[in-house]
Write a protein that binds this ligand. Structure first.
Ligand code: C2E
Ligand code: MG
Ligand code: MG
Length: 591
C-alpha cells in the first residue's frame, strides 16, 4: 500500500483543458523534481488514473465535458483513489468553488493566477502529508497482521477466522446456501516435533500451510469464489491445527472431496533440512445449517468429527454426526473419572498365573490392571489404558503398577511364600517420554524388590522404532536385573532382527495364533517356526491365551516353555493367587 515516493520522483498528473497552463505547470513541476503527466480533460484523467496511479493530481475546476468537481468525485470512487492527494485549481476568491471542491473530496486548493514557487511547495507539502498518512496506514496494517494473522504461516489466525466465518454465515443465511467448516489436525506431529526439534517442526508447519493453501485455492469448491475475499478462509488455529471454510457449497460431498485432496497433497514427503518427513492429517467436517448455525458450534462440531476421524485410523475425514456429541460428553466425563482414578489410585492389580509347561507348576504371574468404575462397572484395560495414555497419565499409572507389584512380592516374601516372578505391561509411550528407567529404579529401590523376579513386557512396536535410545533404556533395565519380554509377538512386525539387536529374554506368542493352532495347520506352522527361532536365539517362549487341553499339549510338544490362559486361570485378585501358590497345585492334572 505504501507509495514508493523515495524510489521514483513522484508523478503529478496535471488536468487542464488549457494547453498553455499545462505547459507552464509541467515546466514548473519538473524543475522542482517531479515527473508530470498531462490530461486535457476530466474524462481522460479518470480513464488514465488506474494505469498511471499518480502520486498527486492538479485538477482545474473549469473544464468542458466533465468539470473538476465531477472528475474529483469519479477519482474518489475509484478503488485506489480514496487517498490520492488532489489539488483543485480554482478562480481567485471564488468561495463557491472552494466550497464545492471540498465537498467533492479535494485535498487542498490553490487559486489562479498561480504563484509557481508556491505551487511547488503546495504539492510537496501535500505529498509529505500523504506519506505520513500512508505510514499510519502501514502501521495499522502491521498491527492488523499481528492481531489477525498467524506469524508462522501467514494464514488467518483463530480470531480472524472466526470473524470471517461469522460474516459468511450471515451471508449464507440470507442466500440460503450451505457452508462447510473443515477442522484438520496433523497425525503424529508431536512425535516429529519431539524427535526432530521445534525448529524443524516449525518449518514443517510452514510448508504444510503452503501446501494446504495451494491445494485449497486450486480446488473446484474454491474456484467459484472471488479470490480476494477468500484470503481469510484458511487459518492456523494454533499448534498443528488448521481450519478451512468453504462457502456456497453446492453439496456436502464437495467438502469431502476437498478433504481427500488435502490428504493427497500432504502424502508427498516434505524435505526439511535434510530430513524426509511423511505426514498425514485427520479432518472433521461440519455443515451449515445442518450441523449448527453459529461459528462456535460449527467449529466445535468439526473438531469433534476430527477426533472421530483420528479414532477411525487417522489420515482420513469424517462428517459430524449428532451421536458424536453425545459420545464426546461421555468421553469428557470418562476422562475426568480416569484423572481422578489415577490420582486416587482406584485401580486394582490382578494376577494371571504363568505355568511351567513341563511340570504344570506356577512359575510366576502377569499383572493385569482392573478398574471398577462407580457407574460403568468393570472397565476393560483395553478401554482405559489408551485413555490414560492420551491424557498423558501413563507415567504415574505405571509407577503405581510397579509399586503395587513390588509390594505384593514383598508381602509374599514376608509370609514365607517362594519368590514369584511378576510381569508388568509397559506402554510403548514410555519409550517416547524417556522417564521409565528412572521411575523403575525408584520403584525397585523403594520397595527393595528382588529385581530378577520382575519382568517388563514391551510390544514389538517399541523395538520396531529401532532407536538407539530404546536400546539404552532396555540395557539400563537389564543392568538393574530385570528381564524383558516381547508381548503379543507375531501380531505386528515379528522381525528377527529386532530380537537380535535388543537384550530380550523371552517372547510371548500372541493368543491370536494359539486360538486356531489345532484347526489351522498354517497357524501351527507359524507357532512352530516362532518357537524354533526363539530357541536358536536362546529366548524363553511364553504362549498366551491357552484355553483348551489340546492347545496346551500341542504347545508343550512343540517346546513352548511357559503357558498362560483361561485353561489354568484368568487374572485373579492377589488373595486368590496366593491361595493357588500355597496349594502348590500342578496344572498337569488339569490337562
Ligand atoms: P496383554 O498384555 O496381551 O494381556 C493378556 C490379555 O489376555 C489380558 O487381557 C488377559 O486377561 C487376556 N487373557 C489371558 N488369558 C486368556 C485366554 O485364555 N483367553 C482369552 N481370550 N484372553 C485371555 P486384559 O486383562 O483385558 O488386558 C488387555 C490388555 O491391556 C493387555 O494385553 C495389556 O496390553 C493391557 N494392560 C493390562 N494391564 C495393563 C497395565 O497395567 N499396564 C499397561 N500398560 N497395559 C496393561
Ligand atoms: Mg501382557
Ligand atoms: Mg499379550
Amino acid at each position: 500500500m505504501k507509495k514508493t515516493i523515495q524510489q521514483h520522483a513522484p508523478l503529478i498528473q496535471v488536468v487542464d483543458d488549457d494547453l498553455a497552463t499545462r505547459l507552464l505547470m509541467r515546466a514548473s513541476l519538473e524543475k522542482a523534481g517531479f515527473r508530470v503527466s498531462e490530461a486535457q480533460n476530466g474524462l481522460v484523467a479518470v480513464a488514465e488514473f488506474e494505469e498511471l496511479q499518480p502520486d498527486a493530481i492538479l485538477l482545474d475546476v473549469m473544464m468542458p465535458k466533465l468539470d473538476g468537481f465531477d472528475t474529483c468525485r469519479a477519482i474518489r470512487r475509484h478503488s485506489n483513489g480514496h487517498h490520492t492527494p488532489i489539488l483543485m485549481v480554482t478562480g481567485l476568491e471564488d468561495l463557491e468553488s472552494i466550497h464545492r471542491s471540498f465537498d467533492s473530496g479535494a485535498t487542498d486548493f490553490i487559486t489562479k493566477p498561480i504563484n509557481w514557487p508556491v505551487l511547488n511547495y503546495r504539492v510537496k507539502y501535500m505529498l509529505r502529508a500523504s506519506e505520513a498518512f500512508y505510514d499510519v496506514i502501514d502501521k495499522q496494517k502491521q498491527i492488523q497482521e499481528l492481531a489477525f494473522f498467524d506469524h508462522l504461516t501467514g494464514l488467518a489466525n483463530r480470531t480472524m477466522f472466526k470473524d470471517s466465518l461469522e460474516l459468511l454465515l450471515a451471508e449464507s443465511a440470507t442466500e440460503e446456501s450451505q457452508l462447510a467448516v473443515l477442522f484438520m489436525d496433523l497425525d503424529r506431529f508431536k512425535t516429529i516435533n519431539d524427535t526432530l526439534g521445534h525448529h524443524i517442526g516449525d518449518i514443517l508447519l510452514k510448508n504444510v500451510a503452503a501446501r494446504i493453501n495451494s491445494c485449497i485455492r486450486d480446488s473446484d469448491a474454491f474456484n467459484r469464489l472471488d479470490k480476494g475475499e477468500s484470503k481469510n478462509y484458511i487459518s492456523r488455529q494454533g499448534g498443528d491445527e488448521f481450519t478451512i471454510m468453504l462457502p456456497r457449497l453446492i453439496n456436502p460431498e464437495d467438502a469431502s472431496r476437498v478433504a481427500q485432496r488435502i490428504n493427497k497433497f500432504l502424502a508427498k514427503s516434505f524435505k526439511v533440512e535434510g530430513h524426509e518427513i511423511f505426514i498425514s492429517a485427520s479432518i472433521g467436517i461440519s455443515i451449515f445449517p445442518l450441523d449448527g448455525t453459529d461459528a462456535e458450534v460449527l467449529m466445535k462440531h468439526a473438531d469433534l468429527a476430527m477426533y472421530h476421524a483420528k479414532e477411525k485410523g487417522k489420515n482420513g475425514f469424517q462428517f459430524y454426526k449428532k451421536s458424536l456429541n453425545i459420545k464426546a460428553k461421555e468421553r469428557l466425563s470418562f476422562e475426568n473419572d480416569i484423572r481422578k482414578a489415577v490420582a486416587n489410585k482406584e485401580f486394582k492389580l490382578w494376577y494371571q498365573p504363568q505355568i511351567n509347561m513341563q511340570d504344570g507348576r506356577i512359575t510366576g504371574a502377569e499383572s493385569l490392571s482392573r478398574w471398577n468404575h462407580p457407574i460403568l462397572g468393570e472397565v476393560q484395560p483395553s478401554d482405559f489404558i489408551p485413555s490414560i495414555e492420551e491424557l498423558g497419565l501413563i507415567i504415574p499409572f505405571t509407577d503405581w503398577v510397579i509399586r503395587q507389584a513390588g509390594s505384593q512380592q514383598l508381602d509374599w516374601l514376608k509370609s514365607g511364600i517362594r519368590p514369584i516372578h511378576i510381569a508388568v505391561n509397559i506402554s510403548s509411550k514410555h519409550f517416547v517420554q524417556q522417564q521409565l528407567p528412572k521411575k523403575l529404579i525408584c520403584a525397585v529401590k523403594e520397595n527393595s524388590l528382588i529385581p530378577n523376579s520382575l519382568e517388563v513386557e514391551i510390544t514389538e512396536s517399541v523395538l520396531a522404532e529401532q532407536s538407539g535410545e530404546t536400546l539404552k533404556v532396555l540395557q539400563d533395565l537389564k543392568e538393574l536385573g530385570l528381564t524383558i519380554s516381547v508381548d503379543d509377538f507375531g501380531t505386528g512386525y515379528s522381525c528377527l532382527m529386532y530380537l537380535k539387536n535388543f537384550p530380550i529374554d523371552s517372547i510371548k506368542i500372541d493368543r491370536f495364533f494359539v486360538k486356531d493352532i489345532i484347526t489351522s495347520p498354517q497357524d501351527a506352522a507359524i507357532v512352530r517356526a516362532i518357537i524354533a527361532m526363539a530357541q536358536s536365539l536362546e529366548l524363553t517362549v511364553i504362549a498366551e491365551g491357552i484355553e483348551t487341553k489340546e492347545q496346551f499339549r500341542m504347545l508343550r510338544d512343540m517346546g513352548c516353555d511357559i503357558g498362560q490362559g483361561y485353561l489354568f486361570s484368568p487374572a485373579i485378585p492377589a488373595e486368590d493367587f496366593t491361595q493357588l501358590v500355597l496349594d502348590d497345585i500342578s496344572f498337569n492334572d488339569v490337562a
